[in-house]
Design a protein around this ligand. Structure first.
Ligand SMILES: Nc1ncnc2c1ncn2[C@@H]1O[C@H](COP(=O)(O)OP(=O)(O)OP(=O)(O)O)[C@@H](O)[C@H]1O
Length: 257
């Protein structure tokens, strides 16, 4: 069943056509990745999906209901973790529950009950500045999960991490997503990351600043089960999927010439 549908979305900013006729479907319980070159309009599209901007054309449907231009329906995690420095990790994580009016004791108890799943045991009374980049991203992901545990929009969630931490976080993220059954749409520039994490990838094509509005160049399905991705990065399936993405991106470069 499709949980999120982006239907024929187009956007114009400052008289420039940024994205044109974008259609994306994310199935319940799956992870989809959105790949595209810098400046092609990924953030523009994410803002529209999150309801922070209204598109010039098109609709956003979540769980069968139209939510175009309505903020607060999905969890949206930005590239920067944006943890509040003067609040403990527990207070940071519980924030979405408190904002929703959940009493403090209940909010803290619920938030604390998920620390184990997110690998954050023993950090509840620590401060954001005391944690490593990887741990801070786990905190930010848990906070997003508590904002909306059905659907998460993640904007380059691992791009600020070093290669080793990133590889650990990929393994961890796959495990947590499986355990919680959550649905996610992830923006990334990293082709390997997209192939490793997703069930389906959407490749964006365009250069709005050169008068070429961005559209979806194509989609690539990853059939390899997400529960069995331990050595997936070394497999033939991985290389085949990566090649398909690169061909779509290369077609993009050919078009731009
Ligand atoms: N208010 C605006 N008026 C005109 N053009 C804009 C406006 N806001 C953004 N743009 C342009 O829209 C295009 C898409 O921007 P966007 O931030 O969505 O791209 P992106 O793919 O997220 O880029 P990056 O990967 O570098 O973050 C860019 O070329 C940008 O210059």
């Amino acid at each position: 069943m499709s949980q999120l549908e982006v239907q024929h979305v187009s956007q114009t900013l400052g008289g420039v056509n940024i994205i044109e006729d974008i259609c994306i479907t994310v199935q319940a319980g799956s992870i989809a990745c959105l790949l595209g070159p810098s400046g092609c309009g990924k953030t523009t599209l994410f803002h529209i999906i999150a309801g922070l901007a209204t598109p010039y054309q098109g609709t956003i449907v979540l769980d069968g209901k139209e939510i175009t231009g309505t903020p607060g329906k999905l969890a949206y995690m930005l590239q920067k973790d944006l943890l509040l420095a003067h609040k403990t990790i527990l207070a940071n994580v519980a924030l979405p529950l408190l904002l929703r009016g959940v009493p403090k004791c209940e909010a803290y108890e619920h938030a604390r009950s998920l620390f184990g799943v997110f690998g954050l045991e023993g950090t509840d009374q620590r401060w954001p500045s005391e944690l490593s980049g990887g741990m801070r991203q786990r905190v930010a992901l848990l906070r997003s999960y508590l904002f909306n545990n059905d659907f998460m929009l993640l904007d380059e969630p691992f791009s600020a991490l070093d290669a080793f931490t990133k590889a650990d976080m990929h393994r961890w993220f796959l495990q947590v997503a499986e355990e919680l059954g959550t649905t996610a749409l992830v923006v990334t520039h990293d082709i390997d990351e997209a192939v490793l994490l997703s069930d389906r990838m959407y490749v964006m094509r365009g250069a709005p600043q050169r008068g070429i509005p961005t559209c979806i160049a194509g989609e690539v399905e990853i059939a390899h089960p997400r529960s069995d991705r331990k050595d997936f990065g070394l497999s033939e399936d991985f290389i085949l999927a990566k090649r398909s993405v690169m061909e779509l991106l290369r077609a993009d470069q050919d078009d731009a010439r």
